[in-house]
Design a protein around this ligand. Structure first.
Ligand SMILES: Cc1cc2nc3c(=O)[nH]c(=O)nc-3n(C[C@H](O)[C@H](O)[C@H](O)COP(=O)(O)OP(=O)(O)OC[C@H]3O[C@@H](n4cnc5c(N)ncnc54)[C@H](O)[C@@H]3O)c2cc1C
Length: 415
């Protein structure tokens, strides 16, 4: 049996689901396929910070501006897929005051609302905040619940007439006369796909999928650990105000907080070591900001792999782990048109952040629409996601698309 579609999007993380939603809203017949449940890759195993852009402001103007723009859009369209917690960048006694001042100035220059408050004012907002907190910056960070976000994008695809396939791993691809002429999906899908255009949105796995079509997508994934502990009503996201390093972000959920994270290069995104020492480091480092977490019960621990594009990482000299001047620079994204390598109906989208998934999807969909001769513009920034105003509806989508994932399983009621 052969499944016919205009566009096959491979990878049901935020990026792939976003590309499929975008194209389906332009009237394109789309099929979205993931090897597992939706959100089962990095998206559902991330930290869940809806960046304001402040984290990148002093180092990366483009990334910072993208983040604040997408942060505002998601607050408008994504409803209960995000949480409006606000965020604090906290300067401890040992942290560089100049760094704080540079970040504050950059935020203001790039349109990221940022207000300086004293250590005591910060402790009024977060009573357990360290006595070493000298001052803080209030920014519009938030929380994103990736299971809901991806499931709502998938629901939009189906509402616009598209198809969403789970447990549908791409097993092989056929290239004839410079075109992808067939894609074999195994698993529950067990079908061949005949698509006019194919998008590879498989994140850290993009190299493996690209290889099946004979194109080189060189990825350099890095792993990171997250630890959820019992700690209720934190309030804002807490960021340590220093050069980005291990264990400098605490994300509030209702009755828990998520401590994270690390960044260590891995060879295989499906098979990498997980070290207890990295988990312990989360308690030590995050405990410097919020000492009470050191005594909290661990509820769960999970790891994710960043879909970093090797040529970009190499050009920035990024390094693994620890504090590093390059580590905090925005994880930029790349839309790779494989026509340049002789496969004219195939593109990959790699890199980026969960916060910027919609923009990544828009740029990818623009390329595909152009190739298909579709004139309809992108509307994803203007139309709310299905079910956005009702957590129950969103959680129903999470169940339908098997999208429940470690990042938000304490908040989301899907099963
Ligand atoms: C530790 C960590 C913390 C992070 N924290 C944040 C954060 O706080 N805020 C933020 O904005 N960003 C964060 N990120 C980055 C963000 O999570 C990712 O950039 C984003 O989720 C990537 O989404 P994606 O859809 O591109 O990839 P993925 O979510 O990985 O989706 C790719 C999909 O492709 C599927 N796939 C793979 N191979 C095949 C195949 N052969 N056939 C079919 N399907 C296949 C996978 O199952 C997967 O679902 C974090 C990343 C990590 C690792």
């Amino acid at each position: 049996m052969t499944h016919r579609t205009d566009v096959l999007v491979i990878g049901g993380g935020a990026t792939g689901a976003g590309v499929a939603r975008d194209l389906s809203m332009r009237g394109v017949d789309v099929t979205l396929a993931d090897r597992g449940g939706l959100s089962s890759g990095t998206t559902g195993r991330s930290h869940g910070l809806l960046h304001s852009g402040a984290r990148y402001a002093e180092a990366d103007e483009v990334g910072a501006r993208e983040c604040i723009a997408e942060n505002r859009i998601l607050r408008e369209i994504a409803g209960h897929c995000v949480g409006d917690t606000g965020g604090l960048f906290v300067q401890l006694t040992e942290d560089d005051a100049d760094y704080f001042d540079r970040k504050l100035a950059a935020c203001r220059e790039y349109g990221i609302p940022a207000e300086e408050i004293t250590g005591d004012e910060a402790r009024d907002r977060v009573p357990d905040l360290s006595a070493d907190a000298e001052r803080a910056m209030v920014v519009p960070d938030g929380v994103v619940y990736p299971s809901r976000l991806v499931a709502a994008n998938a629901a939009a695809v189906e509402r616009h007439g598209g198809t969403v396939l789970r447990n549908a791993p791409v097993e092989s691809m056929t290239v004839d006369d410079d075109r992808l002429t067939g894609v074999r999906l195994g698993g529950d899908a067990d079908t061949d796909v005949d698509a006019t255009y194919v998008v590879n949105a498989t994140g850290a796995w993009a190299g493996h999928v690209g290889e099946m079509a004979g194109v080189d997508v060189e990825m350099r994934p890095t792993r990171g650990v997250m630890v959820a502990v019992d700690y209720a009503d934190l309030g804002p996201v807490l960021n340590r105000c220093r050069n980005p390093a291990d264990g400098d972000i605490i994300i509030p959920h209702d009755d828990q907080v998520v401590l994270g994270t690390t960044s260590i290069v891995v060879d295989d995104p499906d098979d990498y070591p997980t070290e207890d020492e990295e988990v312990e480091r989360m308690f030590a480092e995050c405990g410097d900001m919020l000492p009470a977490v050191r005594d909290c019960e661990t509820i769960r621990t999970w790891w994710g792999v960043r879909p970093l594009y090797a040529p970009d990482e190499a050009s920035r000299g990024s390094q693994s782990g620890g504090e590093g001047a390059n580590r905090g620079i925005s994880r930029g994204f790349f839309v790779l048109d494989h026509e340049d390598e002789g496969v004219e109906n195939f593109a990959s989208v790699v890199g980026g952040k969960l916060t910027s998934y919609r923009l990544m999807a828009e740029e990818t969909a623009d390329l595909v629409a152009d190739r298909l001769g579709v004139d309809e513009p992108c509307r994803t920034a203007d139309e709310p996601l299905p079910g956005a105003d009702d957590p129950g509806t969103l959680d129903g989508f999470v169940t339908t698309y098997e999208a429940l994932s470690p990042t938000d399983e304490d908040v989301v009621a899907g099963d």
